[in-house]
Design a protein around this ligand. Structure first.
Ligand SMILES: [Zn+2]
Length: 243
């Protein structure tokens, strides 16, 4: 189970590395719900996440997430302690805090230029994140951390990119040029071969002449003419005589 789980994780991480330029240390933005789930399931995020993602990880959160956890009181005190150990990334809400989910969404909604992973148990935040391409989503299910498979939005984005990268306009021209160049090269090669083949019959005709020559006398043209005349005469003469 662990091996297949890690294989899936590696495959998914590679997807973001190759297609969205994710690099180590992986920036994982965690919210209060994820911290609470980790606490309940006795998951040591700091130890488990790097192992699962097979790379260096930078755990981070925002001031809004911590403020929200503080506002929720004793029940989420443990989660707040966990979140406080993470690096606090500056958000746009320094004047008036927003909900943790709204804050994390705002951190990634603008093309996710910081290459954040989002770690949350909040379904609304998850579905909102999936509407964007290139945002890896993590959650805890059955006592384990899971990196969600790339969303259809991410897959579609990559497909569109690949198709445009495979045949951009200037490459189309290059390919066309290459083909025509190769075609020309092939045509000239064929022509050369054909010419050589055409040139071939001449020596053959020479050989025929040579065969004829040795049987007859050395003077070629005169003997040929004579022979033809001789052949014609006897062939023509006997037929009328016999008839
Ligand atoms: Zn914020």
């Amino acid at each position: 189970m662990k091996i297949t789980r890690q294989k899936h994780a590696k495959k998914n991480v590679n997807f973001y590395k190759h297609n969205f330029r994710f690099r180590e240390p992986y920036q994982v933005l965690l919210d209060g719900t994820f911290c609470q789930a980790a606490l309940k399931n006795k998951i040591q995020i700091k130890e488990q996440l790097p192992k699962y993602l097979m790379g260096e990880v930078q755990l981070c959160t925002t001031g809004c997430v911590i403020k929200e956890l503080e506002s929720l009181g004793k029940e989420l005190y443990g989660a707040k302690l966990i979140a406080q150990r993470f690096q606090v990334r500056s958000c746009a809400h320094f004047q008036s805090a927003v909900s943790g989910s709204a804050c994390l969404l705002s951190m990634v909604a603008d093309d996710n230029s910081h290459h954040y992973f989002i770690a949350t148990q909040d379904q609304e935040l998850s579905s909102a994140v999936k509407k964007f391409a290139g945002i890896p989503l993590m959650f805890i299910i059955q006592n384990t951390i899971v990196l969600d498979k790339p969303s259809p939005k991410s897959l579609a984005h990559v497909k569109a990119l690949q198709s445009s990268q495979l045949f951009p306009e200037h490459q189309k021209h290059n390919i066309a040029n290459l083909k025509s160049e190769q075609g020309i090269v092939r045509v000239t090669e064929h022509r050369g071969r054909k010419r050589k083949r055409v040139a071939g019959p001449n020596p053959l005709s020479c050989l025929k002449k040579k065969k004829k020559n040795p049987t007859t006398t050395p003077a070629p043209e005169q003997t040929k003419k004579k022979r033809k005349r001789k052949r014609n005469k006897p062939l023509v003469k006997p037929t009328p005589e016999t008839a």
